[in-house]
Design a protein around this ligand. Structure first.
Ligand SMILES: Cc1cc2nc3c(=O)[nH]c(=O)nc-3n(C[C@H](O)[C@H](O)[C@H](O)COP(=O)(O)OP(=O)(O)OC[C@H]3O[C@@H](n4cnc5c(N)ncnc54)[C@H](O)[C@@H]3O)c2cc1C
Ligand code: SF4
Length: 323
């Protein structure tokens, strides 16, 4: 590990001034510290965001929706009874994310921007394509946990459980830098690594996520998050599904189904949402939507099971919206 500087600013403006080339932000450190230890991240300096109180906590104001500060610990969202009522998919997605200790340390911004868990990527000795090499070792190697959809040169999967849940609420994120602020749909944040883009998201150097926002209208949706895992704890999703819809007179409107664990980015198919518009979400229509979502699946040697698993999880998540 090489030497780096460390600063703990108390205000966002100060943090943004300190973020220069070679300097990166650290929040809970539950992902970044491991990456630094194993040489996969080599910052010249760390800007510790945990001293900025204004980025922590959540608020709900009529007309302004739900605002969650980027530095809010995952445990605070998971355990809040008010939030469980207001936006149940958030708590559901975090219940099985990592361990209670990691959820106490880990933050919303860090969870969204954590790096992928491909074992070749995490092994500092393997110079795979995403790290600047010429080959994806997973494509023809051990790929049980890798992508079945939407991959190009890199077959890793987006690891965050929170991201599909928030995207199913059509959430936006606010991003700040020393030249101003911008707001983007969370669904646009993630990037499929391909060609010159050897990266997982579109946050630029010097930018920080300050908050996540969900509109009042989106909070009226019903929602369900389901996650299939290899074991009960410490486990990333084999497949996760966040499904939401407005239900009126037993019919679904504005359906959104977002999958985790199947593609390099959280995955959704607008044509499937259209197919379900006005549907009673019976078994047949749920499975027809699942088949449409999975139609372009290209399983690798070891992960064909994900297609079957995803199909059934999509059915269950959608059915639960009218149960
Ligand atoms: C054993 C284990 C099991 C896990 N299981 C799961 C799981 O099942 N599901 C799941 O979703 N996650 C899982 N995780 C990941 C865990 O949730 C993340 O490590 C955690 O959420 C990261 O948050 P953090 O605040 O510690 O981020 P950090 O490690 O501090 O930062 C991660 C990245 O985000 C950047 N960053 C942080 N905050 C901001 C911000 N506000 N603006 C811009 N950049 C920022 C940092 O620069 C860094 O690049 C697991 C982790 C471990 C170690
Ligand atoms: S899936 Fe991506 S991260 Fe994993 S070996 Fe291939 S290129 Fe590297």
């Amino acid at each position: 590990m090489s030497l780096f500087s460390y600063a703990k600013p108390r205000a966002l403006g100060e943090a943004l001034r300190l973020l220069k080339n070679g300097t990166i932000a650290i929040a809970g450190g539950t992902d970044l510290v491991g990456l630094i230890r194993s040489g996969l991240a080599r910052p010249e300096g760390l800007v510790d965001l945990t001293g900025i109180d204004g980025l922590r906590g959540w608020t709900r104001e009529k007309g302004k929706g739900l605002r969650i500060g980027a530095l809010t610990p995952l445990a605070d969202l998971e355990t809040s009874p008010q939030l469980q009522k207001l936006a149940p998919m958030i708590a559901q997605s975090l219940r099985d994310a990592a361990t209670p200790q990691l959820r106490n340390m880990g933050t919303v911004g860090g969870n969204l921007l954590q790096r992928n868990r491909c074992w070749y990527f995490r092994d500092e000795a393997v110079p795979c394509w995403l790290k600047g090499g010429t080959r994806c070792f997973a494509a023809e190697g051990e790929n049980r946990y890798h992508a079945i959809l939407g991959a190009a040169e890199c077959v890793m999967v987006a690891p965050s459980d929170l991201a599909p849940a928030l995207i199913a609420y059509d959430a936006e994120i606010e991003i700040a830098s020393s030249i101003g602020r911008r707001t983007v749909k969370l669904g646009q944040l993630f990037v499929t690594p391909s060609g010159r883009q050897r990266k997982e998201h579109s946050i630029k150097k010097g930018e920080l996520i300050t908050s996540v926002r969900i509109s009042d209208a989106a909070l009226e949706r019903r929602g369900t998050f389901l996650k299939a895992m290899d074991r009960k704890a410490w486990s990333f999703a084999l497949v996760s599904v966040a499904a939401s819809a407005r239900i009126k007179d037993g019919k679904a409107r504005d359906v959104r189904v977002v999958l985790g664990g199947v593609a390099p980015v959280p995955w959704w198919v607008p044509a499937a949402h259209k197919l379900l518009e006005g549907s009673a979400l019976d078994d047949n229509s749920c499975l027809a939507a699942a088949d449409l979502i999975l139609a372009s699946a290209q399983p690798l040697r070891d992960n064909g099971y994900k297609v079957t698993l995803a199909r059934e999880l999509i059915r269950r998540a959608l059915r639960s919206l009218v149960a």
